[in-house]
Design a protein around this ligand. Sequence first.
Ligand SMILES: [Zn+2]
Length: 199
Amino acid sequence: MIRHHPNEETLGLHAFGGLKAGARLVVSAHIAACRECRDAVAALEAVAGVVLETAETAPLAPDALARALEQLDAPVAPARTPIDVQALMDKGWWLPAAPGLWFKPLSRRVDTGEKLYLLKAKAGVPLPEHGHNGYERLVVLKGTFGDHDGLYGPGDFAECDESTVHEPFAKTDCVCLAATEGPLRFSGVARWVQPFLGV
Ligand SMILES: [Zn+2]
């Protein structure tokens, strides 16, 4: 059961093509698992399509609104191709960050200021306490972690910005896919290994 969803702004950015590549992948992984958000994005995309169309063919076609509403009633878009979790797990190398904690950088898109990585933690391991210098969006691929907002299982989505400092912990062995903008602000031991991890 999915308990945590992207906020409306993130779903809107996703539908209107406003997310960077890593964030788009993280949101897509959630949407593949969540019918509710899939429907919401399909509806937003229908609106986005009409906005683009009418922008190109002003003035507004008389039936534009009717067509938009029709599209909202159209059958639900099929599930997006789920991302291949196993392929991501097999690709590249896990870098140890702390006992029971590993990172796997999947991109170092210096040009976009965005980084995409996998995070793997053993049950009971606290993830490094950290704040954010930018935006982080994360989806659980396997296992469960918890924070002050409750438990996050496969498909659950978490997003944080500058105002968030949290201390999540792995409830079971877990793997998450995360996209961040700007470096994380780790404290403690993780701060020393951070430069080597590229996060
Ligand atoms: Zn959702």
